[in-house]
Design a protein around this ligand. Structure first.
Ligand SMILES: Nc1ncnc2c1ncn2[C@@H]1O[C@H](COP(=O)(O)OP(=O)(O)OP(=O)(O)O)[C@@H](O)[C@H]1O
Ligand SMILES: [Mg+2]
Length: 254
């Protein structure tokens, strides 16, 4: 049964058709990669599913609920999680407080409660931090974390709404190749034990082919190939799109 069913999804910015009549599904517990060259429309697609952007046309059905037209907070509360860059406001909070804030907003309480509720959801926050290997850092200010640890914290925060689908837009961007594999293994373990479906984008093809059960290839907003990693790697159209960028063997960028 599919957790996510996308049909006819389209979005233009002025004259640029960023996403064109996109159709795809994600099954329960499935880890799917969406790849494509810069500007292919991946982030635009994620933003429409997460509610940061309103689609021009199309349908996004998540566990039998229509998401198109809903705002980001409503979609998050329904169980679509995503990692996001932690903002300046949150940098001054401790690692534990960041996870507590996410837990509080998921349970429908307002942030104003937070000031007098340092202990609210502290145990649940620490359990999530333990899972991502950060419980020893719970008292530290976020701003003092190493970048790789911040990525783990983002994952703990993304788990706070008990998501059934996680959208990960370049989860390992900006971290070293060594840390990249470790983070992907952690993500793979966490989503597998919780049977969370994942849709992720990545420019590192080792990460894509090592962790995705299925790969969707976008080019100029359209889905041009889809299949298991071996099928996609061998696809003539995919090779043509990436010709010269070395994508099928290594990292597409940098
Ligand atoms: N807010 C916006 N306003 C105008 N054009 C936009 C906007 N967001 C995206 N675009 C354009 O839409 C197209 C798709 O962009 P998008 O960011 O979705 O690509 P992407 O596949 O995520 O690329 P990358 O791999 O570089 O992250 C591009 O041509 C981009 O310039
Ligand atoms: Mg992008």
């Amino acid at each position: 049964m599919s957790v996510l069913a996308v049909r006819g999804l389209s979005k233009s910015f002025g004259g640029v058709q960023a996403v064109r009549e996109l159709d795809f599904d994600v099954a329960e517990g499935e880890v799917v990669a969406m790849i494509g060259p810069n500007g292919a429309g991946k982030t635009t697609c994620f933003n429409m599913i997460g509610g940061q952007l309103r689609p021009d046309a199309g349908s996004i059905v998540f566990r039998e609920r229509q998401l198109a037209g809903l705002g980001a907070p409503a979609i998050w509360r329904l169980g679509v999680g995503r990692t996001f860059q932690l903002t300046q406001t949150f940098a001054s909070m401790t690692v534990r407080e960041n996870v507590q804030a996410a837990l509080i907003s998921h349970r429908g309480r307002t942030r104003s409660v937070f000031a007098r509720a340092k202990t609210l959801f502290a145990a649940q926050a620490d359990a999530l931090l333990a899972r991502v290997g950060l419980v020893d850092h719970a008292e530290l200010a976020c701003a003092s974390l190493a970048y790789g640890d911040l990525k783990r914290l983002e994952l703990a925060v993304a788990l706070a709404n008990a998501p059934r689908l996680l959208l990960l837009d370049e989860p390992t961007a900006g971290i070293s190749a060594n840390e990249r594999q470790g983070l992907m293994v952690l993500i793979a373990e966490v989503v597998s034990e919780r049977r969370i479906s994942v849709l992720f984008t990545e420019h590192d093809m080792d990460v894509v082919f090592g962790h995705a059960a299925r790969v969707l290839v976008l080019h100029r907003g359209r889905l041009v190939a889809e299949g298991d990693p071996d099928t996609v790697r061998a696809d003539a159209r995919v090779r043509e799109i990436y010709l010269g960028s070395g994508v099928v063997g290594g990292r597409a960028e940098d």
